[in-house]
Unconditional design. Structure first.
Length: 185
């Protein structure tokens, strides 16, 4: 099975559960995030990152249990490590940084926190809360931080149980175009 088929299977097999206390499944959330990125004119790499930003959740079928036990599985790091073999930093860094982007936005935008869902507020506490000044500076020094912030905004909006999106295959076509040269699909 190549990586495109593997990720598609993970979304189908492990993505049917509700997403961390939200009213959408993992797969619906991923598709909505990718659709928002596509509608916003994002690059193929950023659409792919939007689709795969929570791949760390679907790699671990016990994720929801861990959330209930108030543990942060650091899914952003798990996802980045998994994706590194096949995708470049334009995909993997926004995936890795999307949680940091939430912490960043809470620190720099006084209205952002009020827009978070209840589940996102709870996970923010587990993830370290708003960034300190030093963390803000380090985040802004990363060349992919702007894409991570864009991804975070789509992530926050991708929680509508009634939103229609294209299917997984549509967005996996973006992922296929973004595979590293020489990567074993």
């Amino acid at each position: 099975m190549n990586i495109i088929e593997r990720i598609s299977s993970m979304l189908a097999d492990n993505g049917s559960g509700l997403y961390g206390g939200e009213a959408v499944t993992q797969t619906q959330h991923a598709l909505q995030c990718a659709a928002l990125a596509e509608a916003d004119g994002a690059s193929a790499q950023l659409v792919t990152a939007a689709l795969l930003h929570d791949v760390g959740h679907v790699l671990d079928p016990e994720f929801e249990t861990s959330l209930a036990e108030s543990q942060d599985l650091v899914h952003e790091d798990v996802g980045e490590r998994f994706l590194n073999d096949w995708f470049g930093e334009a995909v993997t860094q926004p995936v890795k940084l999307h949680v940091a982007a939430k912490r960043y936005l809470c620190a720099v935008d006084s209205s952002y926190f009020a827009r978070l869902s209840e589940a996102s507020v709870l996970s923010l506490q587990l993830q370290g809360g708003p960034m300190s000044e030093a963390e803000i500076a380090a985040f802004e020094a990363n060349p992919h931080h702007r894409d991570a912030v864009r991804l975070r905004i789509w992530d926050d909006k991708a929680k509508d149980p009634d939103r229609e999106t294209p299917d997984v295959a549509h967005f996996m076509s973006y992922a296929a175009r973004c595979l590293r040269t020489g990567a074993t699909a």
